[in-house]
Design a protein around this ligand. Structure first.
Ligand SMILES: *[C@@H]1O[C@H](CO)[C@@H](O)[C@H](O)[C@H]1NC(C)=O
Length: 197
């Protein structure tokens, strides 16, 4: 019995080899082509910054051509970045029309500020940067750049400092902004899965 036990004991060398094999295996499991059920992504409340309704997350990810089934995390996040980029572009057009149609000068100023926050120097630039970092495999960077998108959007809706009082905005802009932010949360969640494994 004792002999059996001793014989089964791994030597120091083989322990070290085993540890390296395990490390290698775990780094493989972080691989970009990992497939995670979208149910698992969308149900994970800890992954999402804000309360993203399950349906919003599920429908968005499943709207990828061919459906989400079997799609790896990088493919899903790349798709979501594209959707968010299109929504930001639409929001910029919407803000342009608000500026043109606004008779109220303080609202007009507010919309002009929002245009900056949504533009190349703001949300649009950050979502593009997030996409560039994705292609470089920098998933932490993807998360950080996406979080900057939401900061720019918050700056538009709520002002840049806590002392700014958000203007009561009668337009649909705050709702649009909040919808985009929820999709950005999905990008951040998937990026987090990619860099934490
Ligand atoms: C302009 O819009 C703001 C925000 O909705 C409102 O508080 C303000 O009363 C409006 N001013 C005028 C002149 O209508």
């Amino acid at each position: 019995m004792v002999n059996f036990y001793v014989n089964r004991r791994p030597s120091l060398i083989s322990s070290i080899v085993l540890i390296f094999l395990l490390l290698d295996a775990s780094s493989l499991s972080y691989a970009a082509n990992r497939v995670v059920e979208i149910n698992v992504i969308c149900k994970n409340k800890d992954l999402m910054e804000d309360d993203v309704p399950f349906r919003v997350c599920y429908n968005l990810l499943n709207s990828i051509p061919g459906g989400a089934k079997g799609k790896d995390l990088v493919t899903l996040v790349r798709y979501t970045i594209g959707v968010v980029r299109a929504k930001i572009t639409n929001t910029i057009h919407f803000i342009d029309s608000l500026i043109v149609n606004s008779r109220n000068s303080s609202l007009k100023d507010h919309y002009e500020t929002c245009l900056d926050h949504f533009g190349e120097e703001g949300a649009l630039g950050s979502i593009d940067y997030s996409g560039e970092l994705l292609e470089k495999g920098d998933y932490l960077g993807v998360n950080v750049a996406a979080s900057a998108v939401n900061t720019f959007i918050d700056d538009c809706v709520y002002g840049e400092s806590p002392s700014d009082h958000p203007l009561p905005d009668p337009s649909r802009l705050p709702q649009h902004a909040s919808n985009v932010e929820k999709l950005v949360d999905i990008i951040m969640a998937i990026a987090k899965l990619l860099y934490t494994g």
